[in-house]
Design a protein around this ligand. Sequence first.
Ligand code: 5GP
Length: 189
Amino acid sequence: MKEIVLSHDEIVQICTRLAKELEERFKNSNTIPVFVGVLKGACPFFMELIKHYSLPMKTDFIQVSSYDGTSSTGVIHLKQDISIDIRNKDVVLIEDIIDTGLTLSYLKQYIEIKYNPKSVTVVTLIDKKPLRRVDFKCDHVGVTLNENKFLVGFGFDYKEVLRNVDYVYVPSKKEIAELDKLISKDSKM
Ligand code: 5GP
């Protein structure tokens, strides 16, 4: 039996709620908010969330990397920047998970300093508390996790695999060992 942390139905319910919270936040705004997804992990969450948001919005993406296998390296590299003009705009930064907090605090600061937007609102599907290294508060949180579990599915990968599963779960040691074999074989092809 898989240890499921969020079923697909739960994810849809969370996205519906978060979209309504964001509508409340921006319903009286005189500018169009730009939703910026953090590649690659936040993609499924981003797509599900915007389906339930009914006001005008724009989309963009930014890419960083900090994870190596199953743990954060703590060093963040910007791999791809946003492409549309967000000066004086409301930015909604959408991430799959906050763990140490380093990625989101880096990204928020980077966007604020480089682009001087009107505001930056941070949304995360999962707030994983135990390994927090910087005091960073997300404005909208899907669920809080108080245990340090390594998650896969719905955007969360193990060595780039398993992002396409439509729910979030904790992989077993056996599954990881089997994947390691497959990945190693694949890399030699
Ligand atoms: P932070 O910088 O807050 O430590 O980590 C944020 C990034 O770490 C996320 O975007 C995600 O890529 C990765 N991450 C954190 N926890 C997990 C996890 O449980 N599973 C996977 N696959 N990635 C995670």
